[in-house]
Design a protein around this ligand. Structure first.
Ligand SMILES: CC(C)(COP(=O)(O)OP(=O)(O)OC[C@H]1O[C@@H](n2cnc3c(N)ncnc32)[C@H](O)[C@@H]1OP(=O)(O)O)[C@@H](O)C(=O)NCCC(=O)NCCS
Length: 192
């Protein structure tokens, strides 16, 4: 699908690139077909996407799907969360955008955008950073600003960690290594 039809299916653009995005659709074929690898952490993301794990939860996250020339590139799920700041030992909590799941279809891993030449992963983070930063109360009034992005990553997932470092994330040394889903994991942060 190209041109107007393609843009209608993928309504949001990332300026200067051919990568576009849209709200993830739980019943889409691209959701059911998603596959980002066979490692334990990748399988967890496959299952979350394939089984539309973000639907019917007590929380509401931003569920985004990225596409290039009509093909599904990957998914990102971002949950606004209050976390200790500026690290795990911080005295107060501040609002972060917590990237709960991020996966790129294996075909597109390591890929670049044909228009800008930029890494697809970098562009996906650009879109995540451009999500609204205002924190609203129940009446819709602005009561704060998100201070940065956070994520949890398995220590053995060196590919993801390299990608996050390149994108400006740093390890939360105060949190150190902890076990999540049976695997040694770390927190990483990128401040706005
Ligand atoms: C994590 C993920 C989104 C990153 O996207 P990507 O397109 O693969 O990442 P990029 O190619 O832009 O960056 C990966 C970096 O790691 C490097 N790399 C690749 N394989 C590597 C490996 N096995 N070990 C260490 N570094 C590796 C690449 O050279 C690149 O480094 P560079 O930017 O310095 O060149 C994608 O790999 C993915 O979906 N993985 C499976 C799911 C997953 O792990 N999600 C994250 C869970 S927290």
């Amino acid at each position: 699908m190209f041109g107007r039809n393609y843009n209608a299916s993928w309504p949001w653009e990332i300026p200067g690139s051919a990568l576009r995005y849209r709200p993830a659709d739980p019943s889409s074929e691209t959701t059911l077909d998603f596959h980002c690898g066979s490692e334990p952490w990748a399988q967890e993301i496959n299952d979350f996407v394939n089984q539309a794990g973000w639907v019917g939860k007590s929380y509401t996250c931003e569920a985004l799907e990225f596409g290039l020339n009509g093909e599904s590139v990957g998914f990102a799920f971002v949950l606004p969360s209050n976390k200790p700041h500026p690290d795990a030992a911080g005295p107060t909590k501040e609002p972060y955008q917590f990237v709960i799941y991020l996966g790129i279809n294996t075909k597109f891993q390591g890929g670049r955008d044909p228009k800008s030449g930029e890494r697809l992963s970098t562009l996906i983070f650009q879109a995540i950073e451009n999500l609204p930063r205002e924190v609203l109360d129940a009446s819709g009034a602005v009561v704060g600003q998100t201070v940065g992005l956070m994520l949890e990553v398995c220590e053995q997932n060196t590919r993801a960690i390299e990608c996050y470092k390149r994108t400006g994330f740093r390890k939360d040394e105060a949190k150190g290594t902890f076990v999540a889903h049976g695997l040694p994991s770390i927190w990483m942060r990128k401040f706005f």
